[in-house]
Design a protein. Structure first.
Length: 174
């Protein structure tokens, strides 16, 4: 958005809506980077499989997007903080999924959509200098239709296909 804002004075960005965006990292990426212990999975076989598969993909593409969606890159290395002021006058809607829950789970992982913890998708720890105001919405969904398909769920269980989530996106655009 910063680049778009700098590209021309006539460009108006009316809103930003994110679906399952890892504002503070994707737990599977943190696991692949060695920053999250396997025990954070809570012994959930599905979550362990997701963590393992993400690790395999990240290893095949070193320096790729898998590293840029870690908590270390976004929070510790300061990517989020460098965005301060960009969203000051832009309405932001954050949509997250909580299909997977574990009562005593590690907050960096639980609840989650299969890839992103709800707290990360809702940017709960992002500085107000970066995200001054936001509408936060939660749906009982997995991350996307890719995850829905892989888990044998109807596509409507994916954030990107859920009618209620899409209605929320439409209402922001309208």
């Amino acid at each position: 958005i910063r680049v778009l804002q700098e590209s021309g004075p006539n460009l108006v960005i009316r809103s930003l809506t994110t679906l399952g965006t890892p504002w503070q990292g994707a737990f599977a990426a943190d696991y692949a980077a060695g920053a999250l212990d396997r025990s954070a999975s809570g012994d959930n076989e599905t979550i362990e499989t997701i963590m393992d598969k993400f690790s395999e993909l990240a290893a095949q593409h070193p320096g790729g997007a898998g590293e840029q969606v870690t908590r270390g890159y976004l929070d510790v290395q300061g990517w989020n903080d460098r965005q301060a002021g960009v969203l000051d006058d832009i309405p932001v809607t954050l949509i997250g999924g909580d299909h997977f829950t574990l009562a005593d789970g590690v907050p960096e992982v639980w609840p989650n959509d299969g890839l992103v913890a709800l707290s990360s998708a809702l940017a709960e720890g992002v500085s107000p200098a970066v995200l001054p105001t936001a509408t936060r919405l939660t749906f009982p969904n997995v991350h996307s239709i890719f995850f829905a398909e892989a888990l044998g769920l109807p596509w409507e269980k994916g954030l990107t296909w859920n009618p209620d989530a899409l209605a929320a996106v439409s209402s922001v655009i309208d």
